[in-house]
Design a protein around this ligand. Structure first.
Ligand SMILES: Cc1cc2nc3c(=O)[nH]c(=O)nc-3n(C[C@H](O)[C@H](O)[C@H](O)COP(=O)(O)O)c2cc1C
Length: 230
C-alpha cells in the first residue's frame, strides 16, 4: 500500500521520511542560509553577558542530530559554567599554548598565524559564560567495561562540531574553535572516562561591544569546487 507511515525492512522498522520534506523556495532558502553563514566569524573577544542555559541545551541537541558512522554518535559535550573550573582550564591551556608558541609550532605555522593576531594568552576561557568541550569516543564501554567499536569517529565528531558552530551562530552568539594541544589535560580536569579524548574546546557567548576580527578572505566557489555535468 502506498504512503504507509512505516515499513518493516529486514526485520527493522523504517519510517516514511518524505512527509518531512516540505521546503518550498529552495533557491531563496539556500541563498539566505549562505548569506547568514557567511557572517559567521571566529571571535576571540567575549563579553561576560549571561546566556540562557536553554540556548546552550538547544545548541548541543542540534549538534547531536549529526550523522555518524553506523549511528554510533561517538561524541560527548561537557559544558563548563563553573568559574573555578574555567580558571583551571585557562591556566592549563595557556601553559600548553605557551609551549606551542615558544617551540612546538614551526616557523611556517607561526607565520601563517600572524594575520590572526593570536598568542598564548586566552582570557576568553574565563570571560565567556560557557565553555563547551567536545570529546570523541573511539570506542564505547559496556557496563562490563567491554570495548564496543565506533566507526569514522573523527569524521562524525567533526560534522557534529560543524553543526554545533552553525547552531551557535544561528542563535546570535559567537564561538572560537580552540585547540590548546595537547588537550589531554581536559580529560583529567573534567574527570572523563578512559574512552574519551578531548576534540575541541569552544567558548560560547556574546562578543564584546566593539569586537574586531581579522580581515580575511574566503576562497570562492571555483576555488573550492568543480562540477562534473557531462
Ligand atoms: C580545527 C581548528 C582549530 C583551530 N584552532 C584555533 C586555536 O587554537 N586558536 C584560535 O585562535 N583559533 C583557532 N581556530 C580558528 C581559525 O583560526 C579560524 O577558523 C580561521 O582563521 C578562519 O576564521 P573564521 O572562523 O572567522 O572564518 C581553529 C579552527 C579550526 C577549524
Amino acid at each position: 500500500m502506498a504512503n504507509e507511515k512505516y515499513k518493516i525492512i529486514d526485520g527493522h522498522k523504517h519510517i516514511l521520511y518524505s512527509d518531512y520534506l516540505k521546503v518550498k523556495n529552495i533557491e531563496e532558502k539556500s541563498e539566505s542560509f549562505f548569506q547568514e553563514m557567511d557572517w559567521r566569524r571566529s571571535v576571540r573577544d567575549f563579553s561576560d553577558k549571561p546566556v540562557p542555559k536553554s540556548v546552550i541545551e538547544n545548541i548541543i541537541k542540534t549538534a547531536s542530530t549529526a550523522p555518524s558512522g553506523a549511528h554510533k554518535q561517538p561524541w560527548f559535550f561537557c559544558v563548563i559554567e563553573s568559574a573555578e573550573l574555567k580558571s583551571q582550564i585557562r591556566k592549563a591551556a595557556e601553559e600548553e599554548e605557551r609551549k606551542s608558541y615558544e617551540g612546538r609550532m614551526s616557523k611556517e605555522w607561526l607565520n601563517d598565524l600572524k594575520p590572526l593576531g593570536t598568542n598564548h594568552s586566552k582570557p576568553f576561557l574565563e570571560i565567556a559564560p560557557y565553555l563547551i568541550i567536545v570529546f570523541k569516543k573511539p570506542y564505547d564501554l559496556s557496563k562490563e567495561e567491554e570495548k564496543l567499536q565506533n566507526y569514522y569517529v573523527n569524521e562524525s565528531v567533526g560534522i557534529a562540531c560543524g553543526m554545533l558552530i552553525t547552531a551557535i551562530h544561528q542563535a546570535g552568539l559567537v564561538t572560537l574553535t580552540h585547540t590548546p594541544s595537547p588537550m589531554n589535560f581536559l580529560t583529567k580536569l573534567l574527570e572523563r572516562p578512559s574512552n574519551e579524548r578531548a576534540f575541541l574546546l569552544l567558548p560560547v557567548g556574546y562578543p564584546v561591544t566593539e569586537a574586531y576580527v581579522p580581515d580575511i578572505e574566503r576562497k570562492n566557489l571555483d576555488e573550492v569546487s568543480k562540477f562534473y555535468s557531462k
